[in-house]
Design a protein around this ligand. Structure first.
Ligand code: GSH
Length: 230
């Protein structure tokens, strides 16, 4: 069956879009990618996107699918063999943990943009709690649920990519505290679909984004990232 034309709308640093990119690359699905500047959203995007958020997937340029978890399942559905488990309970658990990781993305975002030291520590603690839960849940290898990449791996990889880049002495990601997640990340970060899921100048853009944040966290994390160089 011929695949529809898939056009993914993104912001250059969005961890939710990165899930879709990992999946599309993993499944070798051709797609078009448009990067928008979140500060200057064009009218066509605001008209098409019910939430104003990315990812937005335009299918045959006509139908707009939104919400990253839904986009992932749609892409998985149209590109057999399926990555989402077929047994109802396993499907439910995969979806539940993907939702859990979405909350972790938000805690990480609050941590990266915290205006005060107190907010930085609070968000960092929330993210650390999420990581502890995931560490306890990480029972397979080398991927999260077994030998093969899953939708959950694709959802979690963008979080670890950022936390690993932004290592901070007081931050939530201290690899020695999470041996299973650290080993998971060593494997997943070596996969081409993960390496190629970000823009070329990701690091420089991340530094610019952090420096543009007012208050405590952004400039601190940007300085650490810049100091560690390439
Ligand atoms: N629940 C959404 C969250 C997507 C999301 O928050 N995307 C951010 C960029 S990383 C966004 O578009 N933010 C713009 C806004 O909140 O207005 C999903 O999983 O797709």
């Amino acid at each position: 069956m011929a695949l529809p034309h898939l056009h993914l709308i993104s912001f250059p640093l969005c961890p939710f879009v990165q899930r879709s990119v990992i999946l599309l690359k993993h499944k070798n699905v051709p797609f078009e990618l448009t990067l928008l500047n979140p500060q200057e959203l064009p009218d066509w995007f605001l008209e098409r996107s019910p939430t104003g958020k990315v990812p937005l997937l335009l299918v045959d340029q006509d139908t707009a699918v939104f919400e990253s978890a839904v986009i992932s399942e749609y892409v998985d559905d149209i590109t057999p063999p399926p990555m989402l488990p077929t047994a109802p309970l396993e499907r439910a658990l995969e979806r539940a943990w993907i939702a859990f990781v979405s909350d972790l993305v938000m805690a990480m975002h609050r941590w990266m943009t915290a205006p005060t030291e107190e907010a930085f520590r609070t968000a960092g603690d929330e993210a650390a709690k999420g990581l502890q839960r995931l560490e306890a849940q990480c029972k397979a290898a080398p991927c999260f649920s077994g030998p093969d990449l899953s939708l959950l791996d694709a959802a979690l990889a963008p979080v670890l990519m950022r936390l690993d880049l932004l290592q901070d002495p007081d931050g939530p990601w201290q690899p020695d505290d999470y041996p299973l997640l650290a080993s998971w990340w060593r494997h997943v970060s070596s996969l081409p679909e993960v390496k190629e899921s970000i823009v070329e100048d990701f690091r420089e853009r991340l530094v610019r984004f952090l420096n543009a944040q007012e208050g405590f966290a952004g400039p601190r994390l940007a300085a650490g990232l810049a100091a560690r160089g390439h």
